[in-house]
Design a protein around this ligand. Structure first.
Ligand code: CU
Length: 306
């Protein structure tokens, strides 16, 4: 039968072309068992190792699993995707190794092995499986992205974060827990090779366990708001507002930086986020300058040309 595997041929077939491959089938059954056993042991070993440390369980992501309301979703998507691709990888590498070993050229073999092109079952297999994988990854990515970017229409705190060459302005907008419009105008860090005083960095204060909407925009070029521990990064464009919605769940001080090469001092565009109890948040707001920093400080090169 066209396309049938040599294994389907009766034992002791003496057809000249198929002889060597039939013999190789018989000879390698014990090797095959050994390879399958070794692959299974590798998978079990990897899974057992992954149970050892919380760092491995989080897929080496920064921060903690529960730093914000979004980080558990992001962690699960990341870790489960890796588990899926490692399983696919182990099966694929296992099959490749098995083919290399089981069907290697042996002493006394002459000519080519029987060629089987246009094997429809195999072609359907290697088209359907990758499509299935892609759609599965797409489904979970899309589901989690919708959950993360689901707008919060009634947040406890709304902060407009404005990127500028090369620092940050934080506008705390009146509403929810914020009694009045206040702002902090950040100043660029000065990196000289010496350790910098982190207290001079612009610092975004957020109350713990309160929902936050961050509005992201820029005064000049494209910047990107990135707090690695929050596992989210979003671009900031002039004349456009992007949003982040989350609830910080763990008190602490987190490093942030611009993640879009935005000019000569991009590396000095640093900031911090302090997640604090609500009373400390209110005390910080009370010490800030009144009002919001509006667009009059914008320096959009394209707009200036109009
Ligand atoms: Cu920047």
């Amino acid at each position: 039968m066209r396309g049938s595997s040599p294994a389907a041929l009766p034992q002791g077939t003496t057809h000249q072309e198929e002889g060597p491959s039939v013999r190789s089938q018989n000879r390698t059954s014990s090797q095959r068992t050994r390879i399958i056993t070794a692959s299974a042991a590798a998978v079990v070993g990897a899974l057992a190792l992954s149970g050892c440390s919380s760092e491995v369980q989080r897929g080496w992501l920064p921060g903690d699993r529960n730093t914000t309301s979004n980080t558990p979703i992001i962690t699960d998507l990341w870790v489960n995707s890796w588990i899926a691709v490692v399983i696919v990888g182990v099966i694929t590498w296992g099959l490749m190794l098995w083919c290399i070993v089981a069907y290697r050229r042996r002493k006394g073999t002459t000519g080519f092995p029987r060629q089987i092109s246009y094997n429809l079952p195999i072609e359907i297999f290697y088209t359907a499986i990758p499509l299935f994988l892609i759609f599965t990854f797409f489904y979970f990515t899309d589901r989690d992205q919708r959950a993360i970017d689901n707008p919060n229409t009634n947040p406890d705190v709304t902060v407009s974060v404005v990127g500028k060459q090369w620092s940050w302005d934080f506008n705390y907008k009146k509403g929810g827990l914020v009694k009045d419009d206040v702002h902090e105008a950040g100043v660029q860090a000065q990196l000289t090779g010496q350790a910098i005083d982190l207290n001079t960095l612009p610092t975004l204060y957020l109350p713990v366990n309160k929902s936050v909407t961050v509005e992201l925009t820029s005064r000049d070029v494209v910047h990107s708001f990135w707090v690695p521990a929050f596992m989210q990064k979003r671009d900031m464009f002039p004349d456009k507002i992007n949003y982040m919605y989350f609830t910080p769940q763990k008190e602490g001080t987190y490093d942030g930086k611009c993640a879009e090469l935005c000019g000569e001092y991009h590396s000095e565009m640093l900031f911090r986020v302090k997640v604090v109890p609500e009373a400390e948040f209110q005390a910080h707001l009370a010490g800030l300058d009144k009002g919001l920093l509006d667009t009059k400080y914008d320096r959009n090169p394209n707009q200036n040309q109009k």
